[in-house]
Design a protein around this ligand. Structure first.
Ligand SMILES: [Zn+2]
Length: 429
């Protein structure tokens, strides 16, 4: 979707200042840099926060699994309090004024004003639900589906570590909400009924609500290895454990795997993409090896899932090279959200170059703008990631030009593809 309007890009001035933190202008062709700054982007993945009226509770719909109540971990340097990129983002956005005053002044227009500052035309908002101030056309919905693949007693899974205990409490709450929307207060007697009365209607409701995709944060809850399971086996596990006790991990996995592929198939039917967290994740207990995107290969290779478009969010880090090979699958895309926040542009540029040299139509710009804290809100993290992501793209394309791989014209074309055209084609925007 191309909206016409006045765009004010607050970015280039900062990029031209030499010696400014991590910015290395010499690495980017100046004309190309100018172009990259002026392209109105589609941000494939972010968590914008609504502006609420006085007296309303704070918005918590920005994530099914908010990561602000986890045990301490050693945070990456770029998102620690006082990080230069964060301070720069705050200066660029607020110019030394209190953030609260700017929010008050902009009122309900504040979230779209933030997009303008980021040079983002459309942001895919990964939220439990949409609402006033974060709404189409500038924000498009990505809903959550994990709660649907854990319909049984999750006590055993929750026991694994304190973070998962918090996560499964949240997933149980969301699943209860999905059941409530189906006028149920417990899962139905059979798997067939669960699929017909809960799973499919939830996905259809999301689609009617404008969702472009369903998001799985499964990597926070289990491994990304979703095997092919026959229906009769899944039905047996469901029937045996529906009223408790909590199933053994191996039994439960069979049902989760079946439900994941069922949902992915339904997403294909409904014209929604499937988004997957595919990167090391927040928290000190995150199972990094379980987030290896190669674990998704059997899903991508399932002939029954070739109609479904899978988008691996965050570019797979630290498995950036493994994910490259998956781009050959006709149903696989990736974005570089979060890497654009936690890695330096020159580091990310190496991966972007490799992806663009392989299957450039499948590479998407994204930020993972997220409300980490008051200091590092979705605005600052979004602005910093948008700037670093553009910088990384510029470095990658400039290096490809200098090495004689692509022409200057092709560099322009690739910049437009990554920043918006690939996403437009993927979602039909
Ligand atoms: Zn995210």
């Amino acid at each position: 979707m191309e909206t016409k309007g006045v765009w004010v890009l607050a970015l280039p001035a900062v990029l031209s200042v030499a010696g400014c933190g991590s910015v290395r202008p010499a690495l980017v062709d100046p004309g190309l840099e100018q172009e990259i700054q002026s392209i109105r982007a589609i941000d494939n993945h972010a968590h914008p926060v609504r502006v609420m009226h006085a007296g309303e509770p704070a918005d918590r719909g920005f994530d099914a699994l908010p990561v602000d109540n986890m045990e301490p971990s050693s945070d990456p340097v770029n998102i620690r309090p006082g990080a230069p990129a964060v301070a720069e983002a705050a200066r660029a956005l607020y110019g030394g004024r209190p953030k609260a005053r700017v929010i008050e002044e902009k009122g309900g227009q504040y979230p779209t004003w933030v997009l303008d500052q980021m040079g983002v035309e459309t942001m895919l908002a990964n939220r439990v639900e949409m609402g006033a101030t974060v709404e189409p056309p500038r924000f498009r919905w990505v809903a959550y589906a994990d709660a649907l693949i854990f319909p049984l007693d999750n006590a055993r899974l929750a026991e694994r570590n304190p973070d998962r205990k918090a996560f499964f409490t949240l997933e149980d709450t969301l699943r209860a909400r999905y059941l409530g929307a189906a006028a149920l207060n417990a899962v139905p007697a059979t798997l067939a009924e669960y699929l017909e009365r809960v799973v499919t209607p939830t996905l259809e409701r999301h689609r009617r609500g404008g969702a472009l995709a369903e998001k799985f944060e499964a990597a926070y809850l289990r491994s990304l290895e979703f095997d092919r399971v026959d229906r009769a086996t899944a039905e047996r596990v469901y029937a045996r454990f529906r009223s408790g006790p909590a199933p053994a991990d191996a039994d439960y996995k069979v049902l989760q795997d079946y439900l994941f592929r069922y949902i992915a198939t339904e997403c294909g039917r409904l014209g929604m993409a499937v988004h997957l967290h595919a990167m090391a994740g927040a928290g000190s207990y995150f199972d990094v090896s379980g987030a290896n995107p190669l674990l998704l290969e059997s899903v991508l290779n399932d002939p029954g899932l070739r109609r479904t478009r899978f988008v691996m969010l965050h570019g797979g880090w630290p498995f950036n090279r493994e994910i490259t090979a998956l781009l050959e699958k006709p149903n696989a895309w990736l974005d570089f959200s979060a890497q654009s926040l936690v890695l330096e542009p020159a580091t990310l540029a190496g991966s972007i170059r490799e992806w663009l040299e392989f299957v450039p139509e499948k590479v998407l710009f994204a930020t993972d703008a997220y409300p980490y804290s008051d200091e590092l809100g979705w605005e600052e993290s979004g602005w910093a990631a948008a700037r670093a992501g553009r910088q990384a793209l510029g470095i990658a394309l400039t290096a490809m030009m200098r090495d004689g791989e692509i022409s200057r014209a092709r560099a322009s074309e690739l910049a437009r593809m990554v920043l918006r055209e690939n996403a437009r084609h993927l979602y039909g925007l």
